[in-house]
Design a protein around this ligand. Structure first.
Ligand SMILES: Cc1cc2nc3c(=O)[nH]c(=O)nc-3n(C[C@H](O)[C@H](O)[C@H](O)COP(=O)(O)OP(=O)(O)OC[C@H]3O[C@@H](n4cnc5c(N)ncnc54)[C@H](O)[C@@H]3O)c2cc1C
Length: 371
């Protein structure tokens, strides 16, 4: 599909591709296609972009892949390089880790997901593809050569049907495409209810980018500053705003919500002419900050493979998801452990790594997307 001409020299028809969902994975897929001159349709059931920021860490490997679209830490406004990571246990500072550079760059920049998606959508629009809002995927029927998709416009009772060569489900953790395809989502649910909140504050320490406050009862609070003056807190328990107010007396709550966390994935991201990427294909805990990064990586990697006619990309996507989920589950277990022995080994390791940052290189290499 990369060569626009067949062996006979005649032009090959461009594939008709439908992307369901205009989150990070769908936008990244569409952007790679549009940059290669392949037009795609992107439908999004919301009426406008969500204002909730979700992820705050964007890995160096992802910035590198986005730079060809003109999206990089220097082109977007005010991405904050991650240079320091402070970690406390039961109120005691365990380690203040200087984050080592990986291949001459910080492994990640703090940046709000919503802002990054806005840049991706602008880059897509400048390549002639507009997101079709208020438009939801409902169902599909596949034949060997095409997929007939049922689509409903907001406010309309009746579905219309359109035909595509490929459908890419980038429609998040509760994917309607995955359900319509009947693809099992294997894994398990973490037991706790989590909460996330954002506050405005002027009290964030100027020399920190990320702070972790763990406790012997397995509750961990992760704080980051995605934008100057705004702090996000994630807690593996309800009521994170209370913890934020305890840390920042001047806190003004911007939003708060509870959520459940699961560790699940499809065994393979393709069935016939239907693909799944991003959270539609795999979900995990926010510990380790990989969901957004994997979503963007999935989108670009699938587009490269599909447009080159290389369907082995299916295995590449499945392998990467498996590895990343193992890593985030390991991180979650380390954060939420109640075992005195494991806590003691973990804390000693990080205290030592704070003095000898090269020891923590493997960890930050993974954070940077260097799988
Ligand atoms: C609190 C929190 C903190 C996080 N922190 C981090 C972090 O620090 N680092 C990190 O890498 N990741 C983080 N993540 C994970 C990250 O936010 C997700 O992995 C990422 O948003 C996945 O992107 P996506 O495009 O696959 O899915 P989504 O962002 O969920 O986008 C899916 C889109 O599809 C649309 N849609 C759904 N159904 C339909 C339909 N039927 N028809 C049309 N459109 C539809 C939705 O409206 C949505 O816009 C965090 C997540 C949470 C909840």
């Amino acid at each position: 599909m990369g060569d626009p001409h067949g062996p006979s020299g005649r032009a090959i028809k461009a594939p008709r591709i439908l992307v369901v969902g205009a989150g990070a994975s769908g936008l990244a897929f569409a952007l790679e296609c549009a940059s290669r001159g392949t037009h795609v349709r992107v439908i999004e059931r919301r009426s406008c972009r969500s204002s909730i920021q979700k992820a705050t860490g964007v890995a160096a490997g992802v910035w590198r892949r986005l730079s060809k679209f003109g999206v990089s830490p220097t082109s977007v406004s005010a991405a904050i390089p991650m240079r320091n990571f402070a970690f406390h246990d039961d109120g005691r500072l365990v380690a203040n880790v200087p984050v080592p550079e990986i291949d001459g760059e910080p492994p990640a920049h703090l940046y709000p997901q919503g802002e990054l998606e806005r840049y991706l959508e602008e880059a897509l629009s400048s390549r002639g593809v507009e997101v079709e809002y208020d438009t939801a995927f409902i169902s599909y029927e596949a034949s060997g050569t095409s997929v007939r998709v049922g689509i409903r416009d907001e406010g309309q009772e009746v579905e219309r049907t359109e035909e595509f060569d490929w459908v890419v489900g980038a429609d998040g953790a509760h994917s309607a495409v995955r359900q319509a395809a009947g693809m099992p989502f294997v894994g398990r649910d973490y037991p706790e209810t989590w909460s996330v909140a954002e506050i405005s504050t002027r009290k964030w320490p100027s020399d920190a980018q990320a702070q972790l406050f763990l406790r012997s009862d397995g509750v961990g609070l992760f704080l980051s500053q995605p934008t100057s003056g705004v702090v996000q807190g994630i807690l593996n328990a309800p009521n994170v705003s209370k913890a934020l107010h305890a840390h920042f007396p001047d806190a003004e709550l911007r939003y708060e919500r509870d959520f459940r966390v699961t560790l699940r994935r499809v065994r393979s991201p393709r069935t016939g002419r239907v693909w799944l990427i991003g959270d539609a294909a795999h979900v995990q805990s926010p510990v380790g900050g990989q969901g957004l990064n994997l979503a963007i990586w999935d989108g670009i990697t699938l587009a490269e493979g599909l447009l080159a006619g290389d369907l082995t990309v299916e295995r590449v996507l499945a392998r990467r998801a498996r590895t990343v989920l193992l890593f985030t589950d390991f991180d979650y277990r380390m954060l939420a452990t109640k075992s005195r022995l494991v806590r003691s080994v973990r804390n000693r390791y990080w205290a030592y790594a704070a003095k000898h940052p090269a020891l923590a290189r493997w960890f930050f290499k993974l954070i940077s997307g260097g799988w």
